[in-house]
Design a protein around this ligand. Structure first.
Ligand SMILES: C[S@@+](CC[C@H](N)C(=O)[O-])C[C@H]1O[C@@H](n2cnc3c(N)ncnc32)[C@H](O)[C@@H]1O
Length: 352
């Protein structure tokens, strides 16, 4: 999924750094989980995962990818609807996804607020989704909810279907990666007919635990071998950049305002988007965590200065720093940094 700070393309290199620094463990706490890329990688390596994020759509992904450990069977739904098998090799999830791709359109919250036809009465009609795709997203979201209300799907099947929807939406959004603004002309991706795509399930025999709260409230309660902290690194809060994904996940009819149709987000604001509170809370995490090894992933252009980070972490044990160079995320190529094509990910390792 397109997400600021997604470590999907870096996690293997981060792991190589951990291995070469002799960082080993059986359990892993992904403290700021986002897309769950990091949790998934270490789950696939056989570790027991704890995972948290303040955003609800991340929690849906965590329930589907991290907590759930096996292919969903959709037994109740299959009995009720008698699905056609889409191919000899298709799984129950493929069949349900195919069914959802063929239900009738519905004009719901997404259509009325984020398509040009639905929002035609406001000054600048919103072009986040084509009219048809807005209706497709509403139809699928409402059907998933109805199945849950009618007890036709289990809790984990519910979150797996929501994860399919969350992941699929970004392939059809008329945005440059984030949802704080939409393009004024249609991007070719946005005018293709919306197709729900099945997610890939991560199997495991471990009991993995996921949460949806402020990570600072969990820090002293989760005791894993390794705590991995990947906080926001600049002043941009996550929720306003992903507000529509959050609304699709919650589907709670929020009141929205402004050109972007933004929902309220005072509760989801992160202290890591301000340098003073970020340093204060890094200190709090390092002092309160019972985990013996703390890994901080941070961007070389982040608002916490390297020297301050090292000073804080050094109060609690032995600190080392390793760096990975990688290409810049497109929607971050603004301001003074425009000319720099590469940035560095800094991996701080604290052994307490
Ligand atoms: C850099 S992203 C993490 C990216 C993630 N490692 C990935 O690969 O997708 C930072 C995440 O921290 C979350 N976050 C920020 N402050 C938080 C807090 N106090 N408690 C929980 N989550 C928080 C944001 O919602 C965002 O998803």
């Amino acid at each position: 999924m397109r997400y600021i700070g997604n470590k999907e393309n870096l996690v293997e290199r981060i792991d190589n750094i951990l291995v070469s620094n002799n960082v080993v463990g059986k359990s892993f706490f992904d403290f700021f989980a986002g897309t769950t890329s990091v949790g998934r990688y270490f789950k696939n390596k056989g570790l027991r995962i704890y995972s948290n994020d303040i955003l609800y759509f991340s929690y849906c992904l965590q329930k589907a990818y991290i907590e759930n450990n096996s292919e969903p069977k959709f037994s109740l739904l299959t009995n009720e609807l008698n699905f056609a098998k889409t191919s000899f090799f298709s799984t129950p999830l493929d069949n349900v996804v195919e069914y959802l791709n063929n239900i009738d359109d519905v004009e719901g919250f997404i259509y009325w607020n984020y398509t040009p036809e639905g929002s035609k009465n406001i000054e600048t009609p919103r072009m986040y989704f084509s009219n048809e795709n807005g209706r497709r997203i509403d139809a699928i979201r409402q059907q998933i909810e109805a199945w849950k209300m009618n007890h036709l799907i289990t809790e984990s099947e519910y979150f797996i279907l929501l994860a399919c929807l969350i992941e699929s939406v970004s392939f059809y959004s008329n945005v440059a990666g984030v949802y704080s603004a939409f393009y004024k002309k249609w991007d070719p991706r946005a005018i293709k007919r919306f197709q729900l795509r099945p997610i890939r399930i991560c199997n495991s025999d471990k009991h993995n635990c996921v949460f949806n709260t402020n990570s600072l409230d969990l820090v002293s309660k989760v005791n894993a071998d390794i705590i991995y902290i990947d906080p926001p690194y600049n002043g941009r809060q996550y929720l306003p950049n992903y507000h529509i994904i959050e609304t699709i996940a919650k589907y709670d009819n929020p009141s929205v305002k402004g050109v972007a149709g933004m929902r309220e987000y005072s509760i989801e604001k992160s202290s890591f988007c301000n340098s003073k509170t970020a340093l204060r809370d890094l200190d709090y995490i390092a002092s309160c965590t019972p985990c013996e090894i703390l890994i901080l992933s941070y961007n070389s252009e982040g608002i916490m200065p390297q020297q301050s980070i090292v000073e804080i972490l050094s109060n609690y044990g032995e600190v080392s720093l390793n760096e990975i160079e990688y290409p810049r995320f497109k929607s971050n190529s603004n301001g003074l940094s425009k000319t720099k094509k590469h940035i560095r990910e800094q991996i701080y390792i604290l052994k307490k």
